[in-house]
Design a protein around this ligand. Structure first.
Ligand SMILES: [Ca+2]
Ligand SMILES: [Ca+2]
Length: 702
């Protein structure tokens, strides 16, 4: 039996960086996606006094972006490398790092399997169990096999191709599981069987297997309402000014230009006044950036976690706003920035006043006394900003206080449905474990949404969060639709590998978006191209996960990176003659009416970079919804294979369809999309069926 230990496979390769400068530099470093864009960790060396620079380092496989940093200040691209847009208007250099055994070409059905391509993440039964089924995933080298079979407890199950990236293909299969019996399985690909930590010829006996014990199984359950959420993100100072009495003294005219520090007077009364607008848009969940009393306009450092900022309103006004939104069928997600406070927070003020004798000294990470607020502060602070001292969240007293914040607001706001955790990756995971237990005790359907910009899986194992803000989803759309270098195939590859990296219940729970308060607005990156935004929004509202609109996106607001992306809401654009608003309303209505779009599995059926077209399907039980995209300048025909319901039409653009015995052809106008389904498939019977599933699931909360 041929066998290779899985754990010996390295995941990095040595890369040599070289740079030749016309004029000498004192220092040159490399900063990139492989070192967190840290310009301090990878210095290059020069032997000719500063013109020729070299560096050899281990870099993880896959696509990596980087720049050279000259004299600690000037960032330049590598003149010898390919360049790529970073999605925010800048250009980086690109390398694709490949494993050694990729030197010989990959072919399906040649009886050869590239060892370094094979990866099966150990199955965590809690993460993979969803709606009575287990999901199995396998990674192979791209184009190494055209068929992969899951061998499960002696049965064969073909796996479904779930997308490619530069180096790998991803395969998935689902199988029913009772939750009680142990599981034995392996994978069959191009004449080889892969199980345990070995790869063997398919004929080898005994065959290698992975084994899982059912003994300690507990399901990872997330709030099931989130898949039906249509979210709307409000930056509180900029949405609507309902009361001028609470305006800050230096309030700007509503049409003014935002800076890092100025204020526009938006408030809770203003939001309440626009509840009807939000309802008519079709959204059912609002995510508010922080609203607690704070010295800054973004309020990400709180003076008081239990007091609404007086410029946004009183606690009573906030509760009244909650009531107005609840009447419009809208729930609330609040932003909790627990990583740090302002220096004006009571505990920190006490540390300043009483130094080492303060009973709050362990609430922070004080390095030396006396504590004063100054540059290079004598305490840990977010990004070293003295205005944001870092909280010690695992100090028992601090933890107890922070855990009392959600219940406090829930008592005021019965429609508080979730919390968003600011810089969630910087807070001690032990605190998030306690936070989950406390939150789920308060309400098992309270949604825990973490902020992390990359892979959220470390926090999504059942012991911390329910979901993450899905920035990689946005990146994929931005790269393709706003003039980046990606093809439509690359975009769908990125979207699918992002989706498939999460457990199925988490996939339906992801917060997807085109823009947030921390990014440039999509329309601005698309140079004002509304059609590009419409196509991207079509994917947003039909993809797996909860779509979120950054306020004003639906009316075509523009804005570059912070602070320009936080302009005051352009209410003058919110009219029925606004084509973008009308398009968003239609997309949202379709999503709200098609159960396959909220609950269904997703399968990409065809993507063609030559014609810039794509077709995918969402499927829930017997309901199907198809989404077709044409991003070319000419009319394109996209074929839906197999039968479709007799009543199915293009709900989005009423584009013509031709039914044939084996397929249905849609003629897509230039740069347009179609959403094909039978109208209003979300029947009352199914709603009830979903509701009873929710109840059953909610009985097994961990
Ligand atoms: Ca092969
Ligand atoms: Ca105001």
């Amino acid at each position: 039996m041929l066998s290779l230990p899985m754990l010996l496979v390295t995941q990095t390769a040595t890369v040599q960086f070289q740079l030749e400068l016309p004029n000498p530099a004192k220092t040159v470093t490399v900063a990139g996606s492989f070192n967190g864009w840290n310009k301090a960790v990878n210095p290059m060396t020069s032997e000719d006094g500063g013109k020729k620079w070299t560096l050899s380092i281990a870099v993880p496989y896959g696509q990596q972006q980087y720049k050279f940093v000259l004299d600690d200040a000037t960032w330049i691209t590598d003149p010898k490398a390919k360049s790529v847009s970073d999605g925010n208007g800048n250009t980086n250099s690109l390398i694709v790092v490949t494993p050694e055994d990729y030197r010989s070409p990959a072919r399906p059905r040649d009886g050869v399997i590239t060892r370094s391509g094979l990866l099966h993440a150990p199955v965590d039964l809690a993460r993979t169990y969803d709606r009575g089924e287990l999901t199995f995933t396998l990674r192979t080298r791209v184009n190494d096999a055209d068929e992969v079979i899951l061998l499960l407890n002696g049965r064969r199950k073909p796996m479904v191709a779930g997308g490619n990236d530069e180096l790998y293909s991803y395969w998935t299969a689902r199988a029913p599981w009772s939750g009680k019996q142990d599981v034995r399985y392996s994978f069959l690909a191009d004449g080889h069987v892969f199980g345990g930590d070995v790869v063997a010829p398919a004929a080898a006996r005994p065959q290698p297997e992975f084994k899982l014990s059912a003994k300690d199984f507990r399901p990872f359950v997330v709030p099931s309402w989130v898949s039906q959420a249509v979210m709307y993100q409000i930056f509180p100072d900029r949405f609507a000014n309902g009361r001028t009495e609470n305006d800050p003294a230096e309030v700007q005219p509503w049409s003014g230009t935002p800076t890092y520090f100025n204020r526009f007077g938006g408030d809770a009364v203003g939001v309440a006044k626009h509840a009807e607008y939000l309802k008519s848009l079709g959204v059912n969940t609002i995510y508010f950036n922080p609203v607690f009393k704070s010295p800054s306009n973004h309020r990400y450092e709180a003076d008081d976690f239990k007091l609404i900022d007086p410029q946004f309103g009183t606690n009573a006004e906030f509760a009244q706003m909650g009531e107005a939104l609840a009447k419009a069928g809208i729930g609330i997600v609040m932003d909790l920035a627990f990583n740090h406070t302002s220096p004006g927070f009571a505990a920190f003020k006490d540390v300043i006043a009483n130094g080492e004798a303060s009973k709050y000294k362990d609430w922070y990470f004080v390095k030396s006394y006396p504590v004063t607020v100054k540059d290079n502060p004598p305490y840990e602070a977010w990004y070293g900003f003295p205005s944001m001292p870092k909280l010690n969240t695992v100090n028992p007293e601090t933890s107890r206080f922070l855990l009392s914040v959600t219940p406090f607001w829930r008592a005021l706001l019965p429609n508080l449905k979730g919390v968003r955790l600011d810089v969630g990756n910087e807070v001690d995971p032990r605190f998030w474990q306690d936070f989950r237990l406390a939150s789920k005790k308060l309400d098992q359907n309270l949604w825990i949404l973490g902020e992390v910009w990359g892979d959220g899986n470390p926090w999504l194992k059942g012991d911390q969060w329910d979901s993450v803000m899905n920035y990689p989803f946005r990146d994929a759309l931005v790269r393709y639709f706003t003039g980046g270098s990606d093809t439509i195939e690359q975009m769908f590859g990125r979207l699918q590998s992002n989706l498939n990296s999460y457990p199925p219940q988490v996939q339906r729970n992801l917060m997807n978006f085109l823009s947030t308060h921390d990014t440039a607005r999509f329309l601005t990156l698309a140079k004002g191209n509304r059609t590009a935004q419409k196509l991207a929004a079509t994917i947003l509202f039909t993809w797996t996960g909860a779509p979120s609109i950054y306020y004003g996106e639906e009316i075509g607001m523009e804005g570059g990176v912070d602070p320009d992306n936080r302009r005051a809401m352009r209410w003058d654009l919110a009219t029925n003659s606004n084509d973008l608003l009308e398009y968003y309303r239609r997309l949202i209505a379709i999503r709200n009416n098609q159960i396959a779009l909220t609950e269904g599995d997703l399968q990409v059926l065809s993507v063609n970079s030559g014609t810039s077209t794509a077709l995918y399907r969402r499927t829930y039980q017997n309901d199907n919804t198809w989404v077709a995209i044409n991003n070319s300048d000419v009319t394109m025909v996209v074929n839906i294979p197999g039968p479709i319901p007799a009543s199915a039409v293009d709900l989005l653009g009423a584009q013509p369809m031709t039914r044939m015995s084996r397929q249905t052809s849609i003629s897509l106008r230039p740069r347009s999309a179609a959403i094909v389904a039978a109208p209003a498939s979300r029947s009352i019977a199914r709603e009830l069926a979903t509701a009873s599933t929710l109840t059953r699931n909610s009985e097994i909360i961990r």
